[in-house]
Design a protein around this ligand. Structure first.
Ligand code: PHE
Length: 339
């Protein structure tokens, strides 16, 4: 073959060579471009070419080498760019999004701080079921079958008429009963939980809310222990504030009282919350009625005790200035992330 024929031949061979993988690319390089490759062979032979042909053959040889190099570089780029991520892939070199850390719900915050305060004076935390039977929610707590106080708490019954035995608990006092039935005094417990009442839903009241109840049963527990315990609680939770006890009625405590704290009327909100009196009702309380002790198998001649219960939602609204109780359960992140 003449030099020109060999050049033509190599031109065709290199053009036909398919490069479809990195391996083929390397084979291409070895075959045509390496030291022992065919281009070099040709350049070796070129040394023998006679003077008058040198110009033309040298030119063609250079053109061929450039086209083979161009093909090589083009494929090389293709395979090295294939290694990169596709254009729409995540850019792993970007800084990460700031972690958004959730926060506790205002109800949990208030509940936890109440628990912390009472834990310091020896109260345990106890829980009970939200679907409760008549005995634990009413009967054991002295709500006789036709007791008018049953109407004070609009109950959601689980079964329809004729009314079955089960209802959504209307207060956490049911947990008192469960505890007294199973644990021997002394009992010192806090019982937080969700309760349900069939009330009109408004900014001030919801058909479910949260209570936290306290119970202390031992020998010689008196009303002054109750008062002192609540004074301690108020001073820890609200700071030094005036409080007052008003006589009240609950079927399961005797005597019963409601405790108010003095907010004053300096701000418009305070006078609205206190309906122009400066006083805000915070909780109900009283000495556990001896017949309730008896219902739960505790000897009322030996033991006495007090109970108190408060609404967590109301306190959370007071503490954080929340104007509408419903906001707390709409799961709007803009509301919740403020706490
Ligand atoms: N269970 C009462 C209520 O829901 C509150 C209360 C608890 C009162 C304990 C006295 C003692 O209204």
């Amino acid at each position: 073959m003449s030099m020109l024929e060999r050049i033509e031949d190599l031109k065709n061979k290199s053009a036909d060579f398919k490069i479809e993988s990195k391996e083929m690319l390397e084979n291409f390089r070895l075959k045509f471009l390496s030291k022992k490759g065919e281009i070099n062979d040709l350049f070796e032979s070129f040394k023998q070419v006679a003077g008058e042909e040198k110009r033309e053959i040298g030119k063609q040889l250079n053109v061929l080498r450039q086209s083979i190099e161009a093909k090589f570089n083009e494929s090389k780029e293709k395979f090295s760019s294939e290694k990169k991520f596709p254009a729409d892939a995540a850019d792993l070199s970007l800084p990460t999004n700031a972690n958004t850390i959730g926060s506790l719900h205002p109800i949990s915050l208030v509940k936890n701080s109440i628990i912390n305060i009472f834990e310091k004076i020896g109260f345990d935390v106890e829980y009970g079921p939200e679907i409760e039977d008549d005995w634990h929610n009413f009967t054991a707590l002295n709500f006789g079958e036709n007791h008018p106080a049953r109407d004070m708490q609009d109950t959601f019954f689980v079964e329809k008429e004729p009314r079955g035995n089960f209802a959504l608990r209307t207060h956490t006092s049911s947990v008192q009963v469960r505890l007294m039935e199973t644990v021997k005094p002394p009992i010192r417990a806090l019982m937080p939980g969700r309760v349900y009442r069939n009330e009109d839903v408004s900014a001030r009241s919801n058909c479910f809310f949260h209570q936290i109840e306290g119970l202390y049963i031992d020998e010689n527990v008196s009303f002054s222990d109750l008062k002192q315990t609540l004074y301690y609680f108020v001073s820890q939770f609200f700071g030094e504030r005036e409080i007052r006890f008003r006589p009240s009625y609950f079927p399961f405590t005797e005597p019963s009282a409601e405790m108010d704290i003095y907010l004053g009327m300096e701000t418009e909100q305070d006078s609205r919350l206190t309906k122009g009196t400066g006083w805000l009702e915070i909780l109900g309380c009283g000495m556990v009625d001896p017949s309730v002790l008896k219902n739960c198998g505790i000897d009322p001649d030996k033991y006495s005790g007090f109970a108190f219960g408060m609404g967590i939602d109301r306190i959370a609204m007071l503490k954080y200035g929340i104007k509408d109780i419903r906001q707390m359960f709409e799961n709007d992140i803009r509301f919740l992330e403020q706490f």
